[in-house]
Design a protein around this ligand. Sequence first.
Ligand code: MEV
Length: 442
Amino acid sequence: MSKTISGFSKLSKSKKIDWIVDTYFSNKEDAKHIIKQYWNSNDKLQQLHDEFIENTITNYYLPLGVAPNFLINGTSYTIPMAIEESSVVAAASKAAKFWYDRGGFKAEVLSTTKIGQVHFIYNGKTETLKKYFDSVKSKLIADTESLTKNMQKRGGGILDIELRDKTKDIKGYYQLHATFETLDAMGANFINSCLEQFAKTFKSEAHHFELFTSEEKNIQIVMSILSNYVPNCLVRAEVSCKIEELSDDKKVSSEEFATKFLQAVNIAEVEPYRAVTHNKGIMNGIDAVVLATGNDFRAVEAGVHAYASRNGRYSSLTHAKIENGIFTFWIEIPLALGTVGGLTNLHPLVKLSLEMLHKPSAKELMKIVAVAGLAQNFAALRSLTTTGIQEGHMKMHLMNILNQFEATDNEKIILVDHFKTNVVTHHAVVEAINKLRNKKLN
Ligand code: MEV
């Protein structure tokens, strides 16, 4: 059977579902039931979600959890996290509480500029292009006035445009490399609109530049787009305490804990295989808050990993040191976030999450997200260098296994209690369920 279809996007939602179900499922009723089960009974709310993207057939739920007891620059926060991985929220909450009792997190925004580029091809003398750029630069900015007026009023806008010669990499390749301040907006739409206007002006004005030959007048715009690499939109978060305050576990001394912790961070600094997993753990915290607050986690991921490779080798985003008996652990990451525009005014749970965070500015949200990443990494390294990761991880995963076996509420109570003192493995849980069920039968 052919599985291509034309005009799919024009079908009604129910016709789309019919086609999907008829084409791909043997148990059609079952498939339809699963799809419809996730529809929201509030039609308006459902329509809102339907219209976020094209071809919506249903909603895909992620749990929205909260991690309380974060102290950041002296203010208490409960951080909302949208994530499916069972141990992440528990780990964040544990790290938050641990550092609450030791003075909390300190965070500061180091810079806030974003980048956009018009990529173009020009075959001619570089010197003449530079003269053209100098002569047209003020018009590039003037022509975006209607786009930048509001942003400028609030103190943001276009900061600068540079001409960059990239002909060493690709014949005839140059860029208009622009920097922007977008304040509380993530700024993608603003930046892209400005860039597309730059491109239009830059191309059309070239025809009137007297020093260009007729070939030079023909500037070819390749594309205009913001960069998700934002090394000048940086935030730093840190925790510190006296070494002797570090361990709250009688089995491990504070000194031993600090030494091993530092070794783990050092390994992630020099060993890319470890650094990727180390940073993945950081992104568990970061993505969950980025998603809960309606921000673009793909943009954040791309930018953060590029930053982790900025010195030519993929490396840790966090660092640690011990100086004069003080343990310090910190993160420095680029984050382009918004607290206005995009989903922030649309998605009810995003609005709720932002309100829970005291309606932060973009700068405040940068600090909160960086802290969530640092806390997550602290929790992971703490487990990894002491008990190992599986103990906590499997405890949290227990509920997933119980649900897989459709355990009743009563069975869950008994088995969760049983595994408080027994090691959780998939095999052990299955065995315990079977034993319990057999007992009931006898
Ligand atoms: C699992 O999602 C994340 C960890 O692997 C992170 C780490 O190894 O640091 C636990």
